[in-house]
Design a binder for this molecule. Structure first.
Ligand SMILES: [Zn+2]
Length: 532
């Protein structure tokens, strides 16, 4: 939620935070296990919540844990204890990792957040959902729908994994990926690094050579000449061969990366890169400020003194891609002719412009498999924002879409459906009980085989009818709810887009699926809110 509040509000909140007595609620159920989400484990939820509490200077009254309880009902021991403590005034703030921890039952969860908590003056925060009932954030409007938004599932998962990974990084745990050259993952503890002696001796050698005054280029040349195995060879990288370096050849950049890596003095440096967005696979380099560094987490290969001595010798900012600009439309552009991605070049010094270029063309320039697709990016962005504005205005003004969606959604309808569903569920249970009973009666010869068959057939027919109706109704309820929440979300995005002067990538990505650019400069925009 820090995204949405100003500094003044923040100070105000910090002083307010002192009066909060916090209950942390944690839930793990069997159903979660199936999804193999380690991020949902009790330990993970706990460490995320404690981190949050620490960062926001809050006081914890107690932690409530329901291990192995489903979220589809509220009959859970520690949840009841939590309610007790709210009612006796021992806590006035509840924090969960996300809304689904509170419950997966849409109506029950909505009731808690919209009625119960406000009535008891309880502030509720769902950390990874960015929900805070005391902040006037647009996220809260969608809170009741959050629990049932299947189409947003992917986003949710990616956010959850991210924040759980970050919690681990902050504890100095190695969270996976390729280990830095010179280290292996500890076999007994995958979050720890241990030295790989063979590789470590190469790292030491490189630092020595640098101290002797050799340039990156000379170090690389020397190692190549001696046939020293490169990191790529150790990792068995698939060789793409599209730039002028042969497999098994050391490169100045590799040397530089090794010489500047703080991992070698025993500090854990993570979160160096991140995905642009859950929809876009592209990975970007993070700013130095976003790195998560924890000191002395593993055995050092290089002495601190030597390391800092070497840093003095390294020319600053030599890497060309260090400060890569992120554009509003990064990752959304595709070539309309060959289907490959279109990338955006870095700004040229002479006129401060950047251009689009088809990746397929760029990679195989000589083979002429596609054409440049070169456009002035800033101009292109303006055109696209303009078209998007028009599409949004069109959508907003199209009353038919609205009435179609809203027709099915009267409150009475919803309540009736819910009631009927409950009745059906009771009936089904009753019929099953009856079936059991007549079977027992038959076993005890209270009824004849013939009587049994007759009643059984009748009950089974009845059961069939009820079950069919139940699943029909259930599907239609879920369908309606999904439609409704999707519709509300999109409206929310569109309104934000139309009222904002400066757009965030996040917002653009929520509205646009894909932009295709053709060589004749025509553009096709696929937006999420219109099927075409
Ligand atoms: Zn192309």
């Amino acid at each position: 939620m820090s995204l949405f509040i100003s500094r003044m509000e923040r100070t105000l909140l910090e002083s307010l935070n002192k009066i909060y007595k916090v209950g942390l609620y944690i839930r793990l159920s069997r159903e979660d296990d199936d999804k193999t989400l380690e991020s949902e484990s009790i330990t993970n939820q706990k460490s995320l919540l404690l981190q949050y509490v620490k960062e926001n200077h809050l006081k914890v009254y107690d932690i409530y844990i329901d291990d192995g309880y489903s979220g589809t009902n509220f009959d859970r021991p520690d949840f009841n204890r939590l309610l007790n403590d709210i009612e006796s005034g021992r806590i006035n703030m509840v924090i969960t990792k996300d809304m689904s921890r509170l419950g997966r039952d849409y109506i029950g969860t909505g009731n808690l957040i919209e009625k119960y908590f406000p009535e008891h003056n309880v502030r509720y925060i769902a950390v990874t959902d960015n929900i805070d009932t005391f902040l006037d954030s647009s996220n809260n409007d969608i809170a009741p729908f959050k629990a049932i938004m299947n189409d947003m599932y992917a986003k949710d998962i990616s956010k959850k994994i991210k924040s759980s990974l970050k919690a681990k990084m902050k504890e100095g745990k190695w969270v996976g990926g390729r280990t830095p050259f010179g280290y292996d993952q500890d076999k007994d503890n995958k979050n720890r690094l241990v030295i790989n002696e063979e590789q470590a001796s190469i790292v030491k050698r490189i630092f020595d050579m640098c101290l002797e005054g050799l340039s990156f280029f000379k170090i690389a040349k020397q190692l190549t000449k001696e046939g020293v195995k490169t990191p790529a060879q150790y990792y068995n990288f698939e060789w793409k061969g599209n730039y002028n370096l042969k497999y098994g050849e050391w490169h100045s950049k590799t040397i530089r990366d090794i010489l500047t890596n703080r991992m070698y003095i025993g500090d854990m440096v993570q979160n160096r890169r991140s995905k642009v967005n859950y929809k876009v696979k592209k990975v970007i380099k993070n700013n130095l400020n976003d790195y998560i560094v924890v000191e002395n987490t593993h055995e050092a290969i290089i002495d601190k003194e030597i390391f800092y001595e070497v840093q003095k010798k390294i020319p600053k900012n030599k890497g060309r891609n260090e400060k890569k600009e992120i554009h509003l439309l990064d990752g959304l552009l595709y070539c309309g002719n060959c289907g490959h991605r279109i990338s955006i070049t870095s700004r040229r010094k002479k006129d401060n412009r950047c251009y689009t270029i088809c990746n397929y063309y760029r990679t195989y320039m000589k083979k002429k498999l596609c054409t440049t697709h070169s456009n002035n990016y800033d101009e292109l962005e303006k055109v696209i924002i303009n078209s998007l504005t028009n599409l949004c205005l069109n959508y907003i003004n199209n009353d038919k879409i609205k009435s179609d969606v809203l027709n099915n959604l009267t409150e009475d309808n919803k309540l009736n459906n819910k009631k009927e569903l409950e009745r059906l569920s009771n009936d089904i249970k009753q019929i099953n009980d009856n079936l059991d009973n007549i079977y027992i009666d038959k076993l005890n010869t209270k009824i004849t085989e013939e009587q049994f068959e007759r009643v059984k057939v009748k009950l089974e027919q009845e059961l069939n009818v009820k079950q069919k109706r139940y699943s029909e109704l259930n599907n239609s309820i879920n369908g309606t709810i999904n439609e409704e929440s999707k519709y509300k979300m999109i409206n929310d995005y569109i309104n934000k887009f139309l009222t904002m002067k400066k757009f965030s990538r996040e917002l653009i990505i929520n509205l646009i699926d894909r932009i295709e650019i053709f060589e004749d400069k025509t553009i096709s925009i696929k937006v999420c809110f219109m099927k075409n």
